[in-house]
Design a protein around this ligand. Structure first.
Ligand code: SF4
Length: 341
C-alpha cells in the first residue's frame, strides 16, 4: 500500500475530525482512532478527486460508518439512495449481494466492492437452480425472496422483500400459498403473522442463528435491558424479545421509546453505530460479529478508490429480471397516498 501516500497525522487533522472522534469515543480508544485518521483523510480526499460516493451498511465498523461513509443504512436503503446521487462511482462497503443490488438499481454507474470475498451465508444458501427446482414442485405459487440473495435468485423471484416489509408483502399478494426464500427464521416469523401457507427455504444467517433463547433470557434477567431482536434470529430468541424489527425498525423504535438500557440482538457493529446516535441510552451486549462484513477495511477502501476495482458486474438480462422483483417490492411498499400522487 506504500504507493498510496497517506497524509501526515498532525494537530490540524486531529482537530478537523474531533467531532467524529468524540461521537465514537466510547467505542474506540484514542490511540486506535489516531491510527485510522490518516486513512480516513486519504479516503475522503480521494473520493472527492474522482467523484465517488461511499455507501456503508449498518454493520460496518465505526471508523468506516462515521469516518468515510456518505450514505449509511440497510442494503435496500443504500441502493435506493444511490439512485439519487450525482456521483458515477459507488464504493459499496458491505457484502457482495448488496453491491449487486446497487448495480441492479444503478446499471449505468460503476459499482465497486473493496473486497470481493465479502459474501453472505444467507445469500449463499440458495441458488437460481435450487429455486427453479422448488418452483417446479409448486407450479404457479408466487415467490417472495429476501433482498439478501444473489441477482440470479432475484431474477427467479416474483417480489423481493426486506425484513421490514416481508409480512406486508406476503399478505398483499393475491395467493393463498407463498414460497419464501431463503431465510427460514424470517420466513417462519412471516408465517406466524399471516393466514397463508408459507413454503420455506432452509437458509439462515450464520450471525443471527448463533443466538439462543436461553442466552437472551439469562441476559435480560441479569441486565434488565430492553431486548430488541432481528427477525433473522431463531424463534426461541424472538419469543424472548420485547421488540422484533429490521435494522431501520430498531433505530425507529429506540428513537421513539428511548428505553434506558437496550440490548440489540444482532450484529455487533450495528449495536455500536446505533449507540453513537443515542449517547444517553446504555447499550449492552450480547452481539455477534459478521466475518463477511469485516472484510471491508479502510485499507481496501483506499485501494479500491485508486484502482477503481474490483468492479461488480451483473449480466444485463439477469439484472433486468432482478430489477423487476425489486421494483415490484418498492411499488407494493409505497403508501396509498404516494401511489395516488
Ligand atoms: S449478518 Fe448474516 S445476513 Fe448479514 S451479511 Fe452477515 S451473514 Fe449475511
Amino acid at each position: 500500500m506504500e504507493h498510496f501516500p497517506l497524509p501526515e497525522l498532525n494537530d490540524a487533522l486531529i482537530e478537523r475530525y474531533q467531532p467524529i472522534q468524540e461521537k465514537i469515543a466510547h467505542l474506540m480508544p484514542e490511540e486506535e482512532w489516531l491510527t485510522h485518521l490518516p486513512w480516513i483523510e486519504a479516503i475522503n480526499q480521494r473520493k472527492q478527486e474522482i467523484g465517488a460516493v461511499i455507501l456503508a451498511h449498518n454493520y460496518q465498523t465505526p471508523e468506516i460508518f462515521y469516518g468515510v461513509a456518505d450514505i449509511t443504512g440497510d442494503s435496500l436503503a443504500l441502493a435506493q439512495q444511490a439512485t439519487a446521487v450525482e456521483e458515477n462511482i459507488i464504493i459499496q462497503c458491505g457484502v457482495h449481494f448488496m453491491a449487486e443490488t446497487s448495480k441492479i438499481l444503478n446499471p449505468e454507474k460503476t459499482v465497486i466492492i473493496p473486497d470481493e470475498r465479502a459474501g453472505c451465508s444467507l445469500a449463499d444458501s440458495i441458488t437460481a437452480d435450487g429455486l427453479r427446482a422448488l418452483k417446479a414442485r409448486y407450479p404457479g405459487v408466487p415467490v417472495v425472496s429476501y433482498v439478501n440473495t444473489t441477482a440470479e435468485v432475484k431474477a427467479e423471484t416474483d417480489v423481493c422483500c426486506t425484513s421490514a416489509n416481508a409480512i406486508d408483502i406476503v399478505n398483499a399478494l393475491p395467493a393463498e400459498r407463498i414460497i419464501f426464500t431463503p431465510d427460514r427464521y424470517l420466513g417462519q416469523h412471516v408465517a406466524n403473522h399471516t393466514d397463508k401457507e408459507v413454503i420455506l427455504w432452509d437458509g439462515a444467517c450464520e450471525v443471527h442463528e448463533q443466538f439462543t433463547g436461553e442466552q437472551v433470557r439469562h441476559f435480560r434477567e441479569e441486565s434488565g435491558a430492553f431486548i430488541i431482536a432481528h427477525p433473522e434470529c431463531p424463534q426461541d430468541v424472538l419469543a424472548e424479545a420485547d421488540y422484533i424489527g429490521s435494522t431501520s425498525g430498531m433505530i425507529d423504535h429506540i428513537a421513539r421509546h428511548q428505553p434506558q438500557k437496550v440490548a440489540l440482538i444482532t450484529e455487533c457493529s450495528m449495536s455500536d453505530n446505533v449507540s453513537a446516535q443515542f449517547p444517553e441510552i446504555q447499550f449492552t451486549r450480547p452481539c455477534n460479529l459478521c466475518p463477511h462484513m469485516k472484510r471491508i477495511s479502510l485499507k481496501n477502501i483506499l485501494r479500491s478508490l485508486h484502482e477503481l476495482g474490483p468492479e461488480v458486474q451483473v449480466d444485463e438480462a439477469v439484472a433486468r429480471k432482478a430489477r423487476r422483483s425489486v421494483e415490484r417490492m418498492l411499488e407494493m411498499s409505497r403508501k396509498p397516498a404516494e401511489k395516488a400522487a
